[in-house]
Design a binder for this molecule. Structure first.
Ligand code: S6P
Ligand code: ZN
Length: 197
């Protein structure tokens, strides 16, 4: 096998998706996502039941500066809070024009995208699929399957993460299980359906 010189080691990464123990992950548990899920009662119960790990991200920053790229390997566990599938916090990039490419490696999920002009839409993210997140667009990932959703996100090195702006208003849509299927609906419609219960 080709030996990689030590000064080039950051330019090549070999993943073994069945054994990721060597990677340095930052972890997000349910308590790190206060106010992200729509159903407050289901959220409180899931916290009381053990505050599960929702996802882990290993970030790779081989070079910094104009034109350079960073990327992250994300692993989002399968599960739900109430009817709502496990999700990532979601963010805009601090440098708003920065776009991002998501490459699905394993599992079955969706992405919610929300442009600054308010346009909101959902796209599937699964193995062998690519989602392009335009600049100026908030993005959140959901796992709608029964196995971990594994993906890589590639973004400009100067993108930065702005969690606060979208946290203030949350995403307009939710992805919930209805009769065994993943359904995208408006957050207020889902909240009304909870009140009716
Ligand atoms: C970074 C990229 C991903 C997310 C990851 C976790 O720009 O979009 O690597 O960081 O999906 O999501 P979040 O919203 O907690 O950063
Ligand atoms: Zn991003």
């Amino acid at each position: 096998m080709l030996e990689i010189p030590s000064h080039l080691k950051s330019l090549f990464v070999q993943f073994d998706l069945d054994s990721l123990d060597g990677l340095k992950f930052s972890e997000r548990r349910l308590s790190d996502l206060a106010n992200c899920f729509a159903d407050p009662n289901a959220y409180a119960k899931a916290i009381a039941d053990g505050n599960p790990l929702l996802y882990r991200v290993a970030s790779f920053e081989p070079r910094n500066g104009d034109g350079q790229l960073h990327y992250g390997l994300g692993i989002l566990e399968a599960g739900k809070v109430g009817a709502e599938y496990y999700l990532t916090k979601g963010h805009l990039h601090s440098y708003r024009p920065a776009a991002e490419v998501y490459l699905g490696l394993r599992g079955e999920g969706m992405m919610l995208l929300e442009e600054e002009n308010g346009e909101a839409y959902a796209l599937p993210l699964r193995a062998n699929s690519v989602v392009y997140v335009p600049g100026h667009t908030a993005h959140r990932t959901m796992n709608t399957g029964s196995e971990p959703l594994v993906y890589i996100g590639v973004y400009p090195s100067n993108a930065g993460h702005d969690y606060g702006t979208i946290a203030e208003r949350n995403f307009q849509q939710v992805v919930v299980e209805v009769n065994g299927a993943a359904v995208v609906m408006k957050r207020d419609v889902y909240l009304k359906s909870l009140e009716a219960k």
